[in-house]
Ligand binder design. Sequence first.
Ligand code: PLP
Length: 378
Amino acid sequence: MIYLDHSATTKPDPAVLQTFIQANERFYANPASLHQMGVEANTLLSRSREQIADIIKTSPLQIIFTSGGSESNNFAIKGLARANKHRGKKILVSAIEHASVLESAKALENEGFIVEYVNVDENGVILIDDLKKKLTKDTVVVSIMHVNNEMGAVQPVSEIAKIVHQNSRAFYHMDAVQSFGKIPVQFNGEDGPDAITVSGHKINCLKGTGFLALRKQVKIQPIIHGGGQEMGFRSGTVAVPQDVALAKAVRLATEKQPQKAAQYSKLRDELHEFFKQFPYVRVLSSSQGAPHIISCAVQGLKGEILVNAMQHEGIIISTSSACSSKDHTISHVVKAIQVEPSYEKGVIRMSLGEGISDEDIASFKTAFSKVMHQVKEF
Ligand SMILES: Cc1ncc(COP(=O)(O)O)c(C=O)c1O
């Protein structure tokens, strides 16, 4: 099987797994315990936090380990909004955020917050004028992702951060789940966001790992209360082996990023070119987008049919995103970029990752041509 669904999840790197197993064997004590074994586990945990902080150029105290992207997004949006509600009641999100951002914002409507949506163009890039118009003095949180998971659109995040910081007292949270390890992610500095979300299982780490990085001066309320672990931000016995493994995955992903981006960009452009021969295929991803996500729509077909037909040929792809693939409704991203009705059900996504080769892409092309021949040309 050729796996082209790395944006849904990735296979853990053997070196990361080894780190995880070793940490489990030797450092299984509770890092909050006072005995020697606890102290050692805590030392290892601190070192992992420092390693991640070093890589994203922040202080270790600003890294909060979580269970992944969804938790980090919930924490950022709910935590920032609740802790800073004296600043305002408005939450601004883009129309193409991940469900964990959209639903977190929506849940806050029950607490009196107001959610507004920043529109995007046909490439999925936010309309800066719409952001400027909707960013008012009473905005408390702006959450706009770095790379969209369904079509790979890259947002102008430095410009967004500058606009937010110069024109409001709002905090800018950036979901970096699909960008970390794929394109450079800037955290600190004048035009960096105030909070970023990273998920481990998208960077060849284990499922159930991730972190939220926060700027120093940012006030946030915990959403998981209890024993006060993670500097009081997230209670619960800390999963030291997972977090040690995450630090390793973060390092590996960062080291490999430039070379991987070059490899994936080349393959993405090759696929964009390939799709041009099919008059009933519309490419949705762009050459300005993330290197690893290719998305297209086939007129008059359902994405699920294509996913199954390609699977039959040994190629694993997905409909627009793993999260929307089971509910058979048209994804909010496809709606937001205004795909023509005859194409909107036929969206598929190919996402590249570790181990992908030129031969795999050649096999994809052969399989896709065969499937198109079966379903469209007869
Ligand atoms: C952009 C984006 N944000 C958040 C998430 C959720 O991350 P997790 O699966 O770690 O909860 C995903 C998962 O697909 C994603 O693509």
